[in-house]
Structures are given as C-alpha cells and as structure tokens.
Write a protein of this length. Sequence first.
Length: 256
Amino acid sequence: MIYFVMSLKEYFTYRWQVVFKIFSAFIVSIATIYLWKYIYSNDFEMQRYMVQYTIISNIISIFYTEEISENISKKIYDGTFVVELIRPVSFLKINIIRSIGTTIANAIIKVIPLILFFYVFYRRYLSVICFYNVIFFLLSLCMAFWLHICMYATLGFLAFKFYEVWPFNRLLRDTIRFFSGAFIPISLFPGWLAKIADVLPFQCLYSLPIEMLIKRWEICDVYIEFIKLIIWNMIICIVLLVVYKKSIVKCVVQGG
C-alpha cells in the first residue's frame, strides 16, 4: 500500500506537468474529433459513431502507461535491480503497484474533466448506453489494462540484453496505436489487414473495450471475446514471469 501512495504523491508533486497533460489531452481529443467530422461531413450517423469512438478511445488511453518499462530498465542499468531483490516485496510487484498508482492519478486528473467537457459540448453525438454494455466495458478495460502492463513490463527486462530499451517501447507503442484500433476503427481496415489485427492481442486494448460500450452484442459473442482476452492475458503473463525469473537467475549466477 505504501508504494501505491508514494506513486500518487510523486505524480501530484509536479503540478504544472499535470496541467500540461490535461491540456494536451483536450487538444488531441478535439483535433481528432474535428478530423473525423470533416471526413464524414455528409453522414451524421458516421460522425456520431466516430465522435463516440474517439472520445472513448482518448479516455481509455489515459489508463495506459509505459512507466513500468522505463522504471524496470532504469533500475537494471544503474544496478539497483539487485538491491530491489532483497526487499520483502517482489521487484515486479512493486513496479506494478506503482504503475497502478500512476494510472489512478491519471484518471483522477484527466478522466472526469474530459467526460464533463465532452458531455457539455458533444452531447448531441452521444447515444444512450445500456447498463450491461457499461459492465462489459469496465471488465474488458480492467483486463486490457493488465495486458498492457504485462507487455511493457516484459519490455523493461530487455535491458539485460540491450543497451537501450526505448526503441522497443516506441515500436510497441506505434504498433498498438495502429493495430489496436486506437485511432482508426478496425472495422474500417481493409479485409486482409483486419484479419491480421484480429489475431494480434493489440485489438484487446482499444477496439474491444470501445465496441463493448457502443455496440449491441449477443451474449455468446461477449463470452467469446472475453475468452480471447483471458487467453491473451494468460499468455503475456506467462511470458513476463518467465522473463522475470530468468532475470533473477542471471543476477544470481553473475554474483549480483
């Protein structure tokens, strides 16, 4: 619990940084909305769909952070990784808790102002959302958040093999932005590209939670999508644990 509180305090320490982050969130959201409104200027239904999609996508992005990869790689580079291993709480668990704290701080600062802003200025583009859709959305978002953390935590341990990890972070970030449907809905992809996106885990991060909220679903289809999400979480978690255990063994063998 203490690591969670520390991450919250650290986030709120730099107030101007928080202000600029809120401002940038508004700018990105508004710019994307105006782009889609211009593209579908003659189709109000598509405008409504894309405005809703963009709003939800930008809100979801607030819950994702790459901080865990940066923290892990930094501690490996400066040698404090070995010191962290002697703590009563596991190194991996500490960094996950800190990332959760950062995410909650992000949500407190950004999500509520964004929701209020969009409700006031874009109310006519918003449709009524079923209660069950909200439940499905929240469940899928929580699982997607965990999947995202595990992906970036795994990248952080690449610091044992590579001098710099940030290129891999950038590559993963750009891949997620494209294949997850964060900016362009996967339903607008060409058929062959949509098939590629469908077999990758990235669509679980944006496309799936968004569709869970704004699309009408048959209950059997919901079960199928959640089973896919659970399977991907299990796969990435196993990969992360294997990499983490090998990292510890590497330190011990080398006399760390």
